[in-house]
Design a protein around this ligand. Structure first.
Ligand code: HEM
Length: 570
């Protein structure tokens, strides 16, 4: 496991400055790479917005019903220095003839690094996905790097990404966690960070059946509608001051997402709770800090021993205690919320939420598994949908013509009625805005690292067991052979084909058996949110932030929240 340096991205919620990472990145083993309806009907065939989701949905439903070294060996020290080119050549030829090297394939081209550290120093900056993309120009779409004692293969093309995530999945389906993540994920007791095993299948099926699959999403429709209404109401309340006071959309949207996560998981939002184990009553803001912000920060804490496992004997007590504290506090809050819910069940309340499903219908879980299962959707709901929506609104505010085009589409389809999930299928431009935003600002710029657990091949190269694999989604989406002027944000490129948008085209939600479980929810929330905001307001950026496109940390969350001026439409 590698934790390179502390990087977080900064966001604001509940009027507080906080630093955190995308929920998924909490699950990235290397900090180095942590950046980073209920619709009354299911999406219809041919719907430009969701038709591809239908594939996913079908798979999700199926899942819900089915019971469901590198060749660069690390020779540290003087021996290597003495060994000349001849012996290296001999070694290379010897290795390529080993039985573990299928078909005597060549090794993946390596990016040169320095002894012991490998390429770590070059990756110290905040956006490794950009460094990876730059290296691809020199070393090609697949190359290997060294991060301390570990070898990592990086893929940067759509085709190779699919090969890694789909064709070779059986050899690359596990994860190796950093010490911090081992603690925070309760030793892989969650879908996103588990290995692909029976536990993974069970808990993913639970999530899909009760919250994220298409049938479950229909049941939770009221929560999403309430969220869109709250968003609209809060924006209307702020609009009168807007020319003088810029709107911080992130603050509002994130707060609503946290609330939605609680409603889906526990059947209601929670304003405050007495946490017995900590002997104090906590506000919603404090709960957000403990359940979302702290674990995200903990996941990206530097532990140099993750880079150099042979130094594990040296204690790093301060860090261990810090992470343990996060674990204890999260456990205390979750325990209190779960206990309160149990009390409500005992008092005869009839509730319909994820916890009710897990307690009554699902295969029994241990207390630890129950806690982690309930915490997972809370942390996962909090970030990526917000990142996507904020970038979409930023781009629309920056491009008034495209905003106008979207507004006209909404007006043509909805007339004077509010935009709803049923109408999304009739709005190809809205769909294009969503997908183009995912392409240019891929919220999960690098797929959570995979671990090669048996020798395999990729792109015609041999990839030995023990290698880490990084799929650079951002790099794939900047491929010039596939995308014309890839840096340009242009939703129109998705309209050209005049056919439903294929999610695999950007792979923003991953691919294969570990594809994102929350894709449908994210799409519904983001698209209705964007649609509603454009339908009701004209957006423009506050004058002095026009070119503020920086991101902090290893995710693609904006470094500074978007500050916009809004004007209600007639
Ligand atoms: C725009 C929003 C989102 C994006 C771009 C996104 C992206 C991703 C990506 C790239 C993966 C990794 C797939 C892999 O390892 O191959 C993933 C996994 C996952 N996501 Fe999302 N995600 C989003 C929203 C959500 C939401 C809202 C939830 C749940 C509330 C969610 C739950 C999950 C889960 C449970 C996994 C693990 C799946 C597995 O390992 O089988 N995601 N997501």
């Amino acid at each position: 496991m590698i934790l390179l340096e502390f990087t977080g991205h900064t966001t604001t919620i509940f009027a507080k400055r906080i630093k955190y990472q995308h929920p998924l990145w909490i699950f990235v083993p290397f900090r180095l790479l942590i950046y980073t309806n209920a619709s009354t009907s299911t999406p219809t065939i041919g719907c430009p917005l969701t038709s591809n989701l239908q594939d996913i949905s079908t798979k999700m439903d199926l899942q819900t019903v089915a019971p469901m070294g590198s060749a660069a060996i690390a020779f540290g020290g003087p021996a290597v220095a003495v060994a000349g080119g001849v012996s290296l050549l001999f070694l290379k030829s010897f290795l390529s003839q080993q039985p573990g090297n299928p078909n005597h394939l060549p090794s993946v081209p390596a990016v040169p690094g320095v002894p012991l550290l490998g390429n770590l120093l070059e990756l110290k900056e905040k956006k490794p996905y950009k460094t990876f993309t730059k290296w691809a120009e020199t070393y090609g779409p697949i190359y290997s790097i060294k991060t301390g004692a570990t070898s990592m293969v990086v893929v940067n093309s759509n085709q190779l990404a699919k090969e890694a995530m789909v064709t070779r999945f059986d050899s690359i389906s596990t994860r190796k966690l950093s010490k911090a993540l081992q603690i925070l994920t309760a030793d892989k007791a969650m879908v996103a960070m588990s290995d692909y095993d029976d536990y993974h299948k069970t808990v993913k099926r639970n999530l899909l059946t009760s919250i994220l699959g298409p049938t479950a999403q229909k049941r939770h429709r009221a929560h999403r509608d309430a969220m869109a209404d709250n968003l609209s109401r809060k924006l209307h309340a702020l609009a009168p001051n807007s020319p003088h006071e810029a709107i911080n959309l992130r603050q509002i949207f994130q707060c609503e997402l946290f609330s939605l996560a609680f409603k889906q998981t526990f059947g209601r939002d929670i304003e405050s709770i007495y946490v017995g184990d900590l002997g104090t009553t906590m506000t919603r803001e404090e709960m957000f800090q403990i359940l979302v912000v702290d674990p995200m920060m903990g996941a990206i804490e530097v532990d140099w021993r993750d880079f150099f496992p042979y130094l594990n004997w040296i204690p790093n007590t301060k860090l261990e205690e810090k992470i343990e504290q996060m674990y204890i506090r999260r456990k205390a809050v979750m325990k209190a919320v779960i206990q309160e819910h149990r009390n409500r069940i005992q008092s005869g309340e009839n509730l319909d939420s994820y916890i009710d499903f897990l307690l009554a219908e699902a295969q029994p879980l241990t207390e630890k598994q129950l806690l982690m299962s309930l915490w997972e959707p809370i942390i996962e709901t909090a970030d990526t949908t917000m990142v996507t929506t904020e970038w979409a609104m930023y781009e629309l505010s920056k491009h008034p013509n495209k905003q106008e085009r979207l507004y006209n589409e909404i007006r043509n389809v909805c007339g004077s009625e509010k935009i709803t999930e049923e109408k999304l299928c009739k709005m190809p431009y809205l769909s294009a805005v969503f997908h183009e935003t995912l392409r240019v600002h891929s919220p999960v710029a690098i797929i959570p690292l995979r671990y090669v657990h048996e020798n395999t091949e990729l792109g015609g190269y041999h990839v030995p067991a023990g290698t880490e694999l990084a799929v650079n989604i951002y790099g794939c989406n900047m491929e010039r052979e596939i995308w014309e002027n890839p840096e340009e944000w242009s939703p129109e490129r998705f309209l050209a084909e005049n056919e439903p948008i294929n999610l695999q085209k950007t792979m923003a939600f991953g691919a294969g058996k570990r594809v994102c479980a929350g894709a449908m929810q994210a799409m519904l929330l983001a698209c209705v949110g964007i649609g509603r905001m454009v339908q009701e307001f004209e957006w423009r950026l506050k004058d002095d932030v026009e070119e503020d496109v920086n991101t902090l940390g290893l995710t693609t969350q904006k470094l500074n929240p978007m500050l916009a001026v809004i004007k209600p439409r007639n």
